[in-house]
Design a protein around this ligand. Structure first.
Ligand code: FAD
Length: 340
């Protein structure tokens, strides 16, 4: 099938392009064929027109919303509808990121336009046996297996790509045209954005947090874990841990990390008093950066970490807190400097 590739570009807070944006563009380039076009759909909150004019697409359509509207999927759907009506050839593959907002838009758009949808793709290739169809690999059973699926018909095809495969570097081009589409003032959503509140670390799930602390048997020998609680407070990081930590009653069962517990994919994982058994490491496969604190330099966790600190956690953690506080103080001072 000769299909245009439409990218509903992920933009951070509607304002800036990130590695996810460039990653989606790379996937679109892999999927497109010589005869097809790459078309960008951008719903944003104020990206400069200069930036839009140098995106590597054939056509760029964009809608500007204020941030409160941008956070609500209803407005995206209305923007999408208006953009779609402007595009002459609407047939093709529509790429979305699997971020919750974009996922919702993809699902609702596919239902509205009776398209087919495949979600959470981790790889997309052209099916070699059936050259006209896309072969999509997706993870199932909490990433313990994967399956291959394909679209059966040539209706509009909607595909959400897992964030873990969306990484790329900045690249530029010269679109044939960039068109701004105005959706004001006719639209009205029954939903109003009020405010965003940060969830306290005690409530935050270890599978959803950007920073997670993990504790193991090593902290059970110590006098206190007060410093770890303080670290959690400062970083707004929920505390999970090893199977042993769970069995010792240091953490609740649902906060166990590993083969028999949860799999986390935080940006940072701080493992304290954890040896790094294979079963534990199974649960932190998707973590971007691991910091390990252990008093045994030969502990296996040091093989998996980006920063390793050899020492007693009761000495190391308070020093870590001190340096974090000093850094934050520095930030406050800098702000005062700017203001004053
Ligand atoms: C079927 C099966 C499933 C399992 N599933 C899981 C799972 O999902 N998750 C999991 O975690 N485990 C799992 N396990 C258990 C796993 O094999 C390990 O026993 C467990 O991970 C070890 O936990 P730990 O690192 O807390 O303890 P340990 O291996 O005892 O390590 C404690 C570490 O703390 C360090 N330490 C001690 N004192 C200090 C101090 N004062 N400061 C700093 N460091 C210190 C020590 O050097 C040591 O490295 C499973 C096992 C089986 C058989």
């Amino acid at each position: 099938m000769e299909s245009n590739v439409f990218c509903y570009l992920p933009v951070k807070n509607g304002l800036s392009f990130t590695k996810e944006t460039w990653g989606m563009i790379e996937w679109a380039k892999k999927i497109r064929t010589e005869k097809t076009k790459m078309i960008a759909i951008i719903v944003h909150t104020g990206i400069q027109s200069d930036e839009l004019k140098r995106l590597p697409f054939d056509e760029v359509y964009h809608v500007k919303l204020d941030i409160k509207k941008w956070k609500i999927a209803d407005y995206h759907i209305q923007a999408f509808r208006k953009i779609r009506a402007t595009i002459s050839d609407q047939k093709g593959i529509y790429l979305f990121s699997s971020h919750p907002l974009y996922h919702e838009i993809a699902v609702r758009a596919s239902t509205r336009y009776e398209g087919s949808i495949i979600t959470n793709a981790i790889e997309v290739t052209w099916d070699k046996t059936e050259a006209s169809s896309l072969l999509v690999k997706r993870e199932i059973y909490k990433e313990k297996a994967h399956e291959f699926v394909t679209f059966l018909d040539e209706k509009q095809q909607y595909l959400t790509l897992e964030n873990s495969i969306l990484y790329g570097t900045e690249q530029y081009g010269k679109p044939n045209f960039v068109q701004e589409i105005d959706i004001e003032p006719h639209i009205l959503s029954p939903i109003q954005f009020l405010l965003e509140e940060q969830v306290d670390w005690k409530e935050l799930k270890i599978t959803e947090a950007r920073v997670v602390i993990g504790i193991g048997r090593g902290v059970n020998n110590g006098n206190t874990i007060d410093s770890i609680l303080q670290l959690a407070e400062i970083l707004n990081a929920p505390i999970g841990g090893s199977k042993v930590a769970d069995e010792l009653g240091l953490i609740p069962r649902e906060k166990r990390i590993g083969a028999s517990g949860s799999t986390i994919d935080s940006d940072i994982y701080i493992a304290i008093g954890i040896s790094g058994s294979s079963q534990h490491l199974e649960g932190i496969k998707g973590v971007k950066h691991v910091i390990a604190i252990n008093n045994d330099p030969s502990a296996a966790i040091f093989q998996r970490c980006d920063i390793g600190i050899v020492g007693d956690y009761e000495e190391v953690v308070p020093r870590l807190i001190e340096s974090l506080q000093a850094e934050r103080q520095g930030e406050v001072n800098v702000k005062h400097l700017h203001i004053g």
